[in-house]
Design a protein around this ligand. Structure first.
Ligand code: VGL
Length: 193
């Protein structure tokens, strides 16, 4: 990993894991490889960021308001908490997104830190050039986040054994990875870090 690298852990929240309101099949299998990736970043003194879906009860994102999804990741609920086995460092920068009831909030670049700073400005102030992405879900938040990061000029790598997808249509996750690769996103496994 180069010096100007950071790890972004996308939406590893209870509602996206088995038993949650919008479970990703086997979503919790990403936790162990993500914990390994986190250890490597921490050991190298590199920053770790984590995004979370952070919705209000009324949102166009939800089926009951014309959107695509069951109600999930409501602010402050257990469903919105990070998976209990996820080992994030104490100084992880948390990015909350999906707070605008008019927007889906798939991309972590729509989110803000507790102090209101956008992900883009945080990454700029950390001097990040290489962004490594893991988490949930491959075919939504990981896809949108990786494409937006790439468009913003970062060099983006997705950790393919540390992501899992919803697969509303069979093959969505595979297609999402192909789309990312075509956009120039690098695909590696955690052990290649
Ligand atoms: C997500 C579907 C709906 C995600 C969020 O985190 O990828 N997917 N809302």
């Amino acid at each position: 990993m180069e010096k100007k690298s950071a790890l972004l852990v996308v939406d590893v929240q209870n509602d996206f894991c088995p038993g949650g309101a919008l479970q990703v099949p086997d979503g919790d299998r990403v936790v162990e490889p993500i914990n390994r990736a986190v250890q490597r970043f921490v050991a190298a003194g590199l920053p770790v960021l984590a995004s979370r879906d952070w919705h209000l009860p009324v949102s166009r994102h939800f089926r009951n308001m014309g959107g695509s999804w069951p109600v999930h990741c409501l602010q402050g609920t257990e469903g919105a908490a990070f998976h209990p086995a996820l080992r994030l460092p104490g100084d992880t920068l948390v990015i909350s997104k999906g707070t605008d009831p008019e927007m889906d909030g798939y991309s972590a670049f729509e989110g803000v830190a507790d102090d209101g700073r956008s992900l883009k400005s945080l990454l700029e102030s950390l001097g990040v050039q290489y962004l490594f992405i893991a988490g949930l879900a491959t075919d939504y938040c990981v896809l949108f986040t990786a494409l937006e990061a790439q468009r913003s000029g970062l060099t983006v790598t997705v950790l393919t054994d540390a992501v899992a997808g919803v697969d509303v249509l069979p093959g969505d996750s595979v297609r999402a990875l192909e789309e990312m690769a075509s956009a120039g996103v690098r695909l590696i496994v955690v052990d290649e870090l």
